[in-house]
Design a protein around this ligand. Structure first.
Ligand code: FES
Length: 146
């Protein structure tokens, strides 16, 4: 999978730390606010993000994940859960709001150890519910998130 790094220092620092904490091993696309960082991904003037899924190699097959950085202030990732199904996840842990990071086929919260399936379902507490979804819509191969 490809990896793109956004130029915004604060987001880069955050993701570097998150990756170190949870052993992030997946390719990630990190979206720059200027909407020019990653092929197939652009930020709209209203803050939503559009992803042309066929142009993002990380989404080429089920299980693929793309971290978008913040979408309207929410740390967000897209997961391809099935051949033609995607979910956009709010990466803030429902326990106390710490941003989770990918750990293999799960999301792991570095604060207190909650574990979530790749589709956001709760696997292990102390969180009592899964990751929230971010509004997303797929139309003609383009996901619009936010
Ligand atoms: S904030 Fe995630 S487990 Fe506590």
């Amino acid at each position: 999978m490809s990896q793109y790094i956004l130029p915004e220092p604060s987001r880069r620092a955050f993701l570097t730390g998150a990756c170190a904490l949870v052993g992030l091993s997946v390719g990630a696309v990190l979206l720059a606010d200027d909407a020019s960082a990653a092929p197939g991904i652009k930020r709209l003037p209203d803050g939503r993000v559009q992803v042309t899924v066929s142009k993002v190699s990380a989404l080429a097959k089920p299980g693929g994940v793309v971290a978008l950085g913040n979408v309207k202030g929410v740390p967000t990732a897209i997961v391809r859960t099935q051949a033609s199904k995607y979910v956009a996840l709010d990466l803030r842990c429902p326990h106390a709001g710490v941003t989770v990071g990918q750990d293999g086929a799960d999301w792991l919260c570095p604060a207190h150890g909650s574990v979530f399936a790749l589709d956001g379902a709760l696997e292990l507490g102390p969180a009592t519910k899964g990751l929230s979804r971010v509004t997303s819509r797929l139309s003609n191969g383009v996901l619009t998130i936010g």
